[in-house]
Design a protein around this ligand. Structure first.
Ligand SMILES: Cc1cc2nc3c(=O)[nH]c(=O)nc-3n(C[C@H](O)[C@H](O)[C@H](O)COP(=O)(O)OP(=O)(O)OC[C@H]3O[C@@H](n4cnc5c(N)ncnc54)[C@H](O)[C@@H]3O)c2cc1C
Length: 131
């Protein structure tokens, strides 16, 4: 009996993580541990570093150097891919995210099966700060 083998490997589940702060990098660690190479994980962030904000006062007082509290996001990517880009929009219907890459300003679309939103929040000074 001749057995047929498909040359194509089964399609991997695509997971997109938007944002590389505390939330994004922690969820990245969890899902990398859980899925390993069984999922195609991509983390997108406009900053290519993780900033440990609780120690920012030590930077302004000169006790630490900025590099002491910032870590390249790529060092967290064991099986995942890092995409250094600014997120422009999310198309929930077609499960796609539009981004503009930082290095060449090229606009591109990334598809996903599962989307994790971890882009932080906006400051609100309730009108007490004049810009
Ligand atoms: C000085 C200071 C001290 C703090 N100290 C403490 C503390 O001691 N304890 C504590 O619990 N909390 C502290 N915080 C608060 C803590 O930093 C935040 O709660 C935390 O950073 C929120 O994490 P996050 O992942 O939700 O967002 P963030 O850390 O803000 O991460 C958001 C990520 O999304 C990316 N992003 C956003 N928009 C886009 C876009 N359009 N395209 C691409 N990427 C995008 C950003 O580049 C960033 O990487 C402190 C904050 C500050 C400023």
């Amino acid at each position: 009996m001749i057995r047929k083998f498909s040359s194509r490997s089964p399609r991997k589940t695509k997971i997109l993580i938007l944002g590389g702060g505390f939330a994004g990098s922690n969820v990245l660690r969890e899902i990398q541990n859980k899925f390993g190479n069984n999922a195609e994980i991509t983390l997108i962030s406009q900053d290519n570093f993780f900033l440990f904000t609780p120690m920012l006062p030590e930077i302004s007082s000169g006790m630490l150097h900025p590099s002491d509290i910032s870590t390249p996001i790529r060092t967290f990517c064991k099986t995942a891919t890092f995409c250094h880009a600014r997120i422009l929009s999310i198309d929930l219907e077609n499960k796609a995210v539009s981004v503009i890459r930082i290095f060449d300003q090229k606009e591109t679309m990334l598809e996903y099966d599962y989307l994790i939103l971890a882009m932080g929040s906006k400051d609100n000074f309730f009108g007490n700060v004049k810009h």
